[in-house]
Design a protein around this ligand. Structure first.
Ligand code: ZN
Length: 461
């Protein structure tokens, strides 16, 4: 089955075909680095990682970019609050974005462009928009004229007479309420944060940031543009308006948007104060459980966060770990490629608009089936190979099993001694002692599993 993706631009699933044969270019809107990220932010970034991995599974090579917004109103407010500097605030949270991404096994991006490195290019770009008649200067700010973009309202049917929209966007400098800022003039609040421009001192606006980066890194044309659902309008609409007005070409053929992670049925956001720090969740539950939780629902379904769901993910990790302990994962590259029916169904589920929920279900029903055979000692060689191959495929997407663990495992001496005593107890059929020693090891942070080839030790993550 070929890869199908739900394209927000047309509101339905369609087969994926990149512009060039094998190379897929992907751009995702990245974090604004002004505060600790919440778990909802990382639902989006894990979703970007999922797209990348599913494309690789299908044999495509990818080039990915996720920008870092390091100039924004929220950052300026934070600088004032903390009496700090732009560099200090943004480098702190940029670092934490990268650290968490690594901890959650998110593949590094080819590019992580920063807004402050692109200011000169943004000024040139805005000047071009003015020269071509798509933008105007007003009171030291610059605005885009939306009525000049004949395709405006790609993503939504916007009612400009909508009173909420009018309220939010009221601004005397604009000719029309729908026009959006490309350059914001300096105000007292901005302090020493400004750049000189042909329109006086000020700073670039967010919508221009992504447009210029896509133009600069990818010549204005990518295959897939992704983001959180709230970016569809106005952010993505406005990105399109700028680039497509100048070039006459579509930025991207596929637009993918991930739903929110809610908390108590409300969108998780820092401004409303209802958010859960992703770092805290990783510390309390381990990175694998958090990653699995973030991937366990289909990206287009709203998920309500609660600790019970994280507990379920922890239990799933234990199940996967117990199952994978039955096999020598280091032999995986020497195993003959044999595919179970579930293996192929798993691929089909992911190729059906990245349906991780269904793929996980298929994987767990495979585990249940194989576990029965393991318990009754009837797992044959071919099933062993299929299990290993499926585990490898599963991990190429979900990435929650450490395949190199047996290389890394060097249990301390007291743990090795306990393991040895337990083996002796088992040899003497002293099951009671064996169980006591297993519990003792567990309390010290080590799982021990009895497999067909003997005891296997695994450090709790
Ligand atoms: Zn963007």
């Amino acid at each position: 089955m070929t890869l199908k993706l739900y394209n927000s631009l047309i509101g339905k699933k369609e087969s994926f075909k990149p512009k060039s044969e094998n190379e897929v270019k992907i751009y995702g809107c990245g974090p604004t680095v002004y505060d600790v990220p919440h778990i909802g932010n990382f639902r989006t970034f894990t979703f970007y990682d999922l797209i990348n991995r599913v494309l690789k599974m299908n044999g495509f090579s990818t080039t990915t970019a996720v920008n870092i917004t390091d100039i924004d109103d929220k950052i300026i407010n934070r600088i004032i609050e903390e009496k700090s500097s732009l560099k200090e605030i943004t480098s702190r949270y940029e670092k934490s974005f990268h650290e968490i991404s690594r901890t959650l096994n998110i593949f590094p991006n080819d590019y992580n462009p920063k807004a402050t490195d692109f200011v000169e290019k943004m000024i040139e770009f805005i000047q071009r928009l003015i020269n071509e008649g798509f933008a105007y200067e007003s009171n030291n700010s610059v605005y885009f004229i939306v009525e000049k973009d004949l395709n405006y309202e790609r993503f939504v049917d916007l009612k400009f007479e909508d009173s909420d929209y009018l309220k939010i966007n009221k601004n005397q400098d604009k000719r029309f309420v729908g026009d959006f800022a490309l350059w914001k003039s300096w105000s007292k609040n901005d302090g020493d944060i400004f750049w000189d421009s042909p329109w006086g001192k000020g700073r670039p606006a967010w919508h221009t940031e992504c447009a210029v980066m896509i133009e600069d890194l990818f010549d204005g044309e990518i295959d897939i543009h992704c983001g959180g659902i709230d970016l569809k309008f106005p952010h993505h609409e406005n990105e399109c308006a700028q680039i497509e007005s100048l070039s006459g070409k579509k930025i991207a053929n596929y637009w993918l948007h991930a739903e929110h992670l809610n908390i108590d049925d409300e969108k998780m956001s820092k401004s409303s104060g209802n958010f859960v720090s992703v770092n805290t969740m990783i510390k309390e539950n381990g990175p694998s459980a958090v990653r699995l939780f973030l991937l366990s629902a289909h990206y287009r379904t709203k998920v309500s966060f609660n600790l019970k769901k994280l507990d379920e993910s922890k239990k799933m990790i234990e199940k996967i770990t117990r199952f994978s302990n039955n096999f020598d994962l280091l032999t995986i590259d020497n195993v003959e490629m044999k595919f179970s029916a579930e293996h192929l169904a798993f691929i089909n589920a992911l190729n059906d608009d990245l349906n991780t929920a269904e793929a996980l279900g298929i994987f767990f029903s495979f585990i249940a089936k194989m576990n029965k055979k393991i318990t009754s000692s009837s797992l044959n060689e071919s099933e062993k190979e299929k299990s290993l191959i499926f585990l490898k495929l599963f991990n190429s997407i979900f990435d929650v099993i450490d395949f190199d663990r047996s290389k890394k495992q060097k249990p301390p001496k007291n743990v090795q001694d306990l393991l040895f005593s337990r083996q002796e107890a088992r040899n003497n059929k002293d099951w009671k002692k064996s169980d006591i020693l297993r519990d003792k090891l567990k309390s010290m942070g080590w799982y021990v599993e009895d497999t067909a080839t003997g005891q296997k030790l695994l450090e709790k993550k």
